[in-house]
Design a protein around this ligand. Structure first.
Ligand SMILES: [Mn+2]
Length: 432
């Protein structure tokens, strides 16, 4: 296997650097309190698997439940404290090893590691002084961050609160080179698994076999938490964008929409392809394929620093309108007929990073070093199918670089991948 990602981690300097970036954007005298979170209850005594808040991970490199980061900026200096669960041999017998203070310090680069049982006492003097602004995550839907926000609102309405979300979104939008390397690695991982899965595509296979083949290929390479739940949808199911339960059988003549992403050191990939079950596109399918690819090329041509996500979307949507008119799907003789939104269901781009739909401020223009997806989709209900083709791009000084360009994307290449007739090598380069 080319890509074993079990030991890939972001370096401790990365997390320390992120804390410095945040601190530089905060006013003096403020206190940051940020929670890793807690696994939500599924039912009875079952929890969902725990997944640390991405802002928390971005600042600490720690993924352990109930951890809390406290930063105190005073006189231009910022002191850092990380609170973690206490060691508990009985609990650890059930739920696995907890980090020691030394582990937590090594992973995060934070010297002061304390136990979360002491958090309340530690915060008391700061919280009783209402002149200290509190920086926190607002609008979190559940868990300790929500409880903390509620208590901050109730104990003092006059205290200044600083919302960390928008500040961290601005920082996270611009990727460090080490993050881009991990994203490239996640893309390579995804495409290796996609290639393995493609060997199973044929009429009569189930969506489930393709789904599990893909996820198994990721897991074997050490990726146990995908960027998101893999989407495998055949035939009419392609008309459901986030098709959730892949149990149907693939029929001869069907298209199969695949929308998948691996994750490396927390960073995501997000790639979509569409495959003909029997290896051959029908004329109509090929026509739509050319249309969606044309939309994608319009988007690629638009991307450069200074451009807004809405402009990329306008470019792709205009091409969709032209292509739908060319195909005769939109008659184009009245403005009402020409309503492209009946076929163009979603935006073409989103930022991608530690979250697959990464935090961002959509009103800010693109800058060099940002990573976005380009995923135009056209869905034609009366034809019984529709699809998107999705690649991930890095914004460069004067345009963009398609990070997933090395993987088969043209109609003939895609067909060749299914029929096994190779049109050439598809090397999966890795660089981390
Ligand atoms: Mn996407």
């Amino acid at each position: 296997m080319k890509n074993d990602i079990r030991s890939v981690r972001l370096p401790v300097d990365f997390f320390a650097g992120n804390r410095r970036k945040l601190s530089a954007k905060l006013p003096d005298n403020c206190l940051v309190v940020l929670f890793a979170g807690k696994a939500p209850v599924m039912s009875a005594d079952m929890d969902y698997p725990f997944f640390a808040d991405r802002n928390f991970y971005y600042l600490t490199g720690i993924e352990q439940e109930e951890s809390v980061l406290v930063l105190r900026k005073e006189g231009g200096n910022t002191s850092e404290s990380l609170f973690i669960q206490t060691k508990d041999p009985l609990r650890e017998r059930w739920t696995g090893r907890r980090l020691s203070q030394e582990d937590a310090s090594t992973l995060s680069g934070i010297d002061s590691i304390r136990y979360v049982t002491g958090l309340e006492d530690y915060l008391k003097p700061f919280l009783s002084d209402h002149s200290i602004p509190i920086a926190l995550e607002e609008g979190v839907k559940y868990g300790p961050a929500k409880e903390f926000e509620k208590s901050m609102r109730s104990i003092s309405s006059e205290r200044e609160r600083i919302s960390l979300g928008p500040i961290l979104a601005r920082i996270r939008m611009k990727k460090e080179p080490v993050e881009i390397e991990c994203i490239e690695r996640a893309i390579a991982l995804t495409l290796e698994a996609m290639e393995e899965m493609c060997a199973h595509v044929r009429p009569g296979v189930t969506e489930l076999e393709l789904y599990t083949t893909f996820d198994h290929a990721l897991a074997r390479r050490g990726c146990l938490a995908n960027a998101f739940s893999s989407i495998f949808a055949a035939g009419r199911n392609t008309l459901c964008l986030h098709y959730p339960v892949p149990l149907d059988t693939v029929e001869d003549g069907d298209l199969i929409q695949v929308d998948v992403g691996g994750r490396v050191a927390g960073l995501c990939a997000d790639i979509s392809r569409v495959y003909p079950a029997n290896g051959r596109f029908t004329e109509r399918q090929a026509d739509l394929y050319a249309a969606v690819r044309a939309c994608q090329e319009s988007a690629f041509r638009t991307i450069r620093p200074g451009v807004y996500l809405s402009e990329i979307n306008d470019a792709a949507k205009n091409t969709a309108q032209e292509e739908l008119t060319r195909m005769g799907v939109i008659p184009g003789d009245t403005p009402a007929d020409a309503d492209v939104t009946s076929y163009y269901w979603h935006n073409v781009s989103h930022h991608m990073g530690h979250d697959v739909h990464d935090v961002c401020i959509r009103e800010l223009p693109l800058e060099e070093g940002m990573v976005i997806t380009v995923e135009p989709g056209i869905y034609i209900e009366k034809w019984g199918f529709g699809f998107r083709i999705e690649d991930d791009v890095l914004v460069t000084k004067d345009g963009c670089r398609v990070l997933s360009a090395f993987f088969p994307r043209e109609a003939e290449e895609v067909s060749a991948l299914i029929t096994g007739v190779k049109g050439g090598d598809s090397p999966c380069q890795t660089s981390v």
